[in-house]
Design a protein around this ligand. Structure first.
Ligand SMILES: [Fe+2]
Length: 304
């Protein structure tokens, strides 16, 4: 009897989830907007709260349905000073109350707590690595539906044996992603968010090296092959780039809110964020200047 009830409950849940997917598919004719703000690097110094507030005000004027962030929400938790890091995450959490729409958080390398060798905290600390982000902001990977589109925010970070961060989608998350995708109709447009880029041209352009791509991004590309992967939104390198791969998926590396540590442009990209307009299962985008460069220059060169 108990087994039979369990079976009925299971069938009901699966039916409900598939129905949800079908409903999402049917409503993909809506028009809506959302914004993508990455690499905020919030800190009390460098006039960062003022710069972030200007971005918040600008977003509120645009009235998007929601805000997606791209990681590096604060600067910096990796070195593990507990009170400093609590201050940073509290500041972020207080400031985002200013958005007049939902905000979805993404984990960045600078949001990892105490992972560096120089950190005074041990790995056994409850806030270690993902712990502080989770305590303040919730899960490091998750998905949600909005007006017929499926959004997946990924955790693109892991820590190496020699205590450095690396771009990597850990296996537990990939198992979750497989299950998540099984509930999504193949026609539903999907947006992926990843702090570390899954694909980008930086090293080819600059000749540099470093952690500018997720090492096993191909696993996610493979898993989404049969789906309507529409767009990848990514951050980390404070780089602005758009690409469209094999008529299959688009990617946008979304510049940054902080620029070069709040001191100016990085890679010639002005501080800003991405505004995305969706119509049916297509989208358009533009990079928005929220006025911080002008204000930063005015502060640096005040009129006497
Ligand atoms: Fe960053």
């Amino acid at each position: 009897m108990t087994k039979r009830l369990l079976y009925i409950a299971l069938i009901s849940v699966v039916t409900l989830l598939k129905l949800t997917a079908q409903e999402s598919k049917n409503s993909a004719t809506d028009t809506f907007e959302f914004v993508f703000l990455t690499d905020i690097h919030l800190q009390p110094e460098m006039n960062a709260p003022q710069g972030f507030q200007m971005a918040i005000d600008h977003v509120n004027q645009l009235k998007p349905d929601f805000v997606l962030t791209g990681g590096d929400l604060v600067f910096d938790a990796m070195r593990g000073n507990q009170s400093r890091c609590d201050t940073l995450f509290s500041l972020y959490k207080n400031m985002i109350k200013g958005f007049r729409m939902p905000v979805y958080h993404c984990l960045g390398n600078h949001d990892l707590f105490a992972i560096y060798d120089e950190s005074p905290e041990k790995e056994s600390h409850p806030d270690y690595k993902y712990g502080m982000f989770e305590r303040y902001l919730g899960k490091t990977y998750y998905s949600f539906n909005h007006k017929g589109w499926h959004f997946i925010v990924l955790n693109s970070l892991d820590v190496t044996a020699d205590k450095k961060y690396r771009g990597y989608f850990h296996q537990e998350q990939l198992s979750w992603l497989k299950q998540d995708l099984e509930m999504v109709d193949k026609s539903i447009p999907i947006v992926l968010v990843s702090h570390i880029p899954m694909i980008n041209s930086r090293t080819q352009v600059t000749g540099g090296s470093g952690n500018s791509n997720v090492e096993n991004a191909f696993e996610v590309f493979k898993m989404t092959e049969k789906y309507n992967l529409k767009l990848i939104l990514q951050g980390h390198i404070h780089w602005k780039e758009y690409g469209f791969v094999n008529d299959r998926f688009h990617y946008i590396t979304g510049g940054s809110i902080a620029g070069n540590g709040w001191k100016g442009r990085r890679h010639n990209t002005k501080e800003g964020f991405v505004r995305i307009k969706v119509t049916g299962d297509e989208f358009s985008w533009e990079y928005m200047d929220h006025g911080w460069e002008k204000e930063r220059l005015r502060k640096a060169n005040p009129v006497n």
